[in-house]
Design a protein around this ligand. Structure first.
Ligand code: ADP
Ligand code: MG
Length: 697
């Protein structure tokens, strides 16, 4: 199969729809997809028949409503197409009703209190804007998931609502600016995904990786990432074979995997697809993460998506490239050749700047997880302070607008490579900045604070909604201005936005202490940990934002707030318990065995010759006995305090306790254990070391 033949071969895409559906049905479905109109049941029935036919042709026997509950993973419950005919035989059947609606039991998914007040029954509803696909012989139908009374229980529902809100507000502003041929605006997302690959055999021996996704113990190897020899390095054959297979699997699913390379840390890699409409990109990213794990298994690897699998080694993130596009094909964040004169671009740009400034707290919230807390602000990922990198040219334009000065565009500078044989090209007008959480990168913004395992739905809900809000303000301010005064009013509006929100713009190095101080002076928020930031979810200004644009109801907000807090506590509870088990059942016994070995050795030496001092053995015995006692005490304390944590009723207080007390105790144990680890002979170590995991792939 050639790549174009392979691409999308497992997707019920537009081409297949056109082939398989009666013309009027196809048209009706297209209208629903493109313009969010209601879908009639007879259309759904016809689509279901065609879908089933196509799926069965491709070997599918089952179908599932594929959805994204608040667990952060995807969920599926498979039903076969079979339907008895009464004569002991079956036929393959699939109805419009089965396509459109499913009724999984909602009671076992996180609902954050919604369960208590509402029925356990949940519904999944077909999202026709994201194409169905076949995975492992099952037709997967992307769906939204809500409770009996309509509360969203998933990540897709608010995302679709936020895209709708942005669409509505953006079109209004465009019309006002005279761009009347635009009928819809969608947001686009391209998520770059980082991951680690380690040997499956190693993984199986590490309880911490199995239960928590990250190592809780493990001394640094003699070599880390200091040589910077892995980034963009040649792919090792096994890894190259994995990436090749992964690309093919993704292409079959219509996921446009495009770029792949080694990342900074040993065993770390990255994959980026070509961007797509936001909800499709979100679904695709979930599928990509699933495929990464599945394909890894076939190659004897395990794919780690945790934000910080290895202490002392860079963790993994996800870059959310984001923009807005009109149905006429215009990227609203494309500055064009002369951005200073591109009023429309400046209106949308300043709306994004205002949105990020006023809702920086929600942006920070949208990337807050226990895992990501190990990265943000740790000089490997952006700081926890949300700021915007605009680059030199746009910053100069902002400056000129503020001061009412004329902006003269920089001439494009030819790149001087010094070699005649190399092609000549122009330099970009902005350099790259790796430390900014939210960077303008030519014709899109790149939100870089996301952790690698996070669904990109949440951050995009915030972005879409906050920008929709700012666009609605632009519209409110300008809608009654007389046409002849509009130009001036728009200019004044842009200027005002620049003055008010320039504090969030920062083009410097975000890793320095000076920036932390400076940001505080500017009044920017700096929420260091997840428990610190979660309460902003229920701040009145944010509740108002979500309810005004019909993204989340107050009930849904409260339920989500609770789920996030609970998830945080559960993650840390599992980590603490896992560490306690590893320490008590594996590490301390290994220390004992080592001591025993040295004791035996010393005794043997003494038997052999009275005058041998066994000085070294004695030192090992002394050091390790001391470490043993220390670790034993720390283990007792951790166990008692974990129990204490579980008894705290107020879930915010509980989260804070986990963050302040339990995490600190875990870190203390780690320091002591990692030092002792270096004194344990390799054959007595209960699990593979960092060296083994990171340098023997
Ligand atoms: P880099 O590593 O330099 O940031 P990559 O090429 O790895 O760049 O990733 C850039 C990502 O941005 C790709 O997924 C790309 O498709 C995406 N992208 C490009 N244009 C847009 C856009 N208008 N909207 C959203 N994403 C975009
Ligand atoms: Mg990038």
């Amino acid at each position: 199969m050639t790549v174009p033949e392979m691409y999308g071969s497992l997707v019920f895409n537009d081409k297949i729809m056109r082939e398989k559906l009666p013309k009027d049905v196809y048209k009706a479905l297209r209208k629903t997809i493109d313009r969010n109109t209601h879908l009639e049941l007879d259309v759904a029935n016809a689509v279901a028949v065609a879908m089933k036919e196509w799926a069965v042709e491709h070997g599918a026997t089952h179908f599932t409503h594929w959805f994204q509950p608040m667990t952060g993973f995807t969920a599926e419950k498979h039903d076969s197409f079979i339907s008895p005919t009464g004569s002991g035989e079956v036929i393959m059947e699939f109805s419009g009703k089965e396509l459109v609606k499913g009724e999984p039991d909602a009671s076992s998914f996180p609902s954050g209190g919604l369960r208590a007040t509402f029925e356990a029954r949940g519904y999944t509803a077909w999202d026709p804007t994201s194409p169905a696909f076949i995975k492992d012989g099952t037709l997967c139908i992307p769906t939204a998931f809500c409770s009996y009374s309509g509360e969203a229980l998933d990540k897709k529902t608010p995302l679709l609502r936020s895209m709708e809100a942005l669409n509505k507000e953006a079109v209004k502003v465009l019309k006002l600016l005279g761009n009347t041929d635009v009928t819809s605006v969608t947001t686009t997302v391209g998520p770059e995904q980082e991951y680690f690959l380690i040997n499956k055999e190693d993984y199986k021996k590490r309880q911490d990786l199995i239960f928590t996704g990250r190592t809780l113990l493990g001394a640094m190897p003699p070599k880390g990432q200091e040589m910077e020899d892995h980034y963009f390095g040649t792919l090792r054959p096994r890894v190259a074979a994995y990436m090749h297979d992964l690309d093919e699997e993704l292409w079959k699913l219509g996921i446009p995997a495009k770029t792949k390379h080694n990342e900074v840390a040993p065993c770390q890699h990255e994959l980026a697809p070509i961007f797509d409409t936001t909800n499709v990109a979100v679904d695709h990213n979930q599928l990509t993460m699933e495929m990464m794990k599945k394909v890894a298994d076939k190659h004897g690897f395990v794919c780690l998506l945790h934000e910080k699998p290895f202490d002392g080694i860079n963790g993994s993130g996800k870059h959310n490239n984001w923009s807005m596009t009109t149905d006429t094909g215009l990227n609203l964040l494309d500055p064009g050749k002369t951005p200073a004169e591109n009023i429309q671009f400046l209106v949308f740009l300043t709306a994004v700047i205002a949105a990020v400034d006023d809702y920086a707290d929600l942006m920070r919230l949208s990337v807050a997880t226990a895992g990501n807390d190990h990265r943000l602000g740790a000089n490997e990922a952006p700081p926890a302070i949300i700021s915007i990198f605009l680059g030199d040219e746009l910053s100069a334009i902002m400056d000129a607008i503020e001061k009412d000065e004329f902006f003269s565009a920089q001439k494009k500078v030819a790149m001087e490579t010094g070699a005649i044989v190399l092609p000549h090209f122009f330099k970009d007008t902005t350099d790259r900045n790796r430390t900014s959480p939210f960077a303008f990168t030519g014709n899109k913004f790149e939100f870089r604070s996301l952790g690698s395992s996070l669904s990109v739905a949440g951050p995009n809900v915030i972005l879409n909604t906050a920008v929709a809000e700012k666009l609605s303000k632009v519209y409110e301010d300008l809608k009654d201005v007389a046409p002849e005064d509009l130009n001036e009013a728009v200019h004044a509006r842009i200027k005002e936005a620049v003055i008010r929100h320039k504090k969030v713009i920062f083009n410097g190095n975000g890793y320095t202490d000076e920036w932390v101080e400076e940001a505080e002076k500017r009044g920017l928020c700096n929420y260091k940990t997840t428990p610190d930031v979660l309460p902003v979810f229920i701040a009145p200004k944010n509740i108002e934002l979500f309810t005004k644009h019909h993204i989340l109801t107050e009930t849904e907000i409260n339920s989500r707030y609770e789920i996030l807090l609970e998830n945080y506590c559960k993650s840390l509870h599992i980590e603490a318990r896992t560490l306690a088990d590893m320490l008590g059942q594996q590490f301390l016994p290994a220390v004992e065995k080592t001591i025993d070995r040295y004791v035996t050795l010393a005794l043997k030496k003494k038997q052999l010759c009275e005058t041998i001092t066994s000085k070294t053995e004695k030192r090992y015995i002394e050091d390790l006995s001391q470490a043993y006692d220390t670790l034993y005490d720390l283990l007792q304390k951790l166990t008692a305090d974990t129990e204490q944590a579980e008894s705290i009723e107020d879930v915010l207080a509980q989260a804070k306790y986990y963050q302040e007390t339990i995490l600190a105790e875990m870190a203390e144990i780690r320091t002591a254990a990692d030092e002792a680890e270096r004194k344990i002979p390799e054959d007595l170590l209960p699990y593979p070391t960092y060296s083994q995991m990171l340098f023997y792939v």
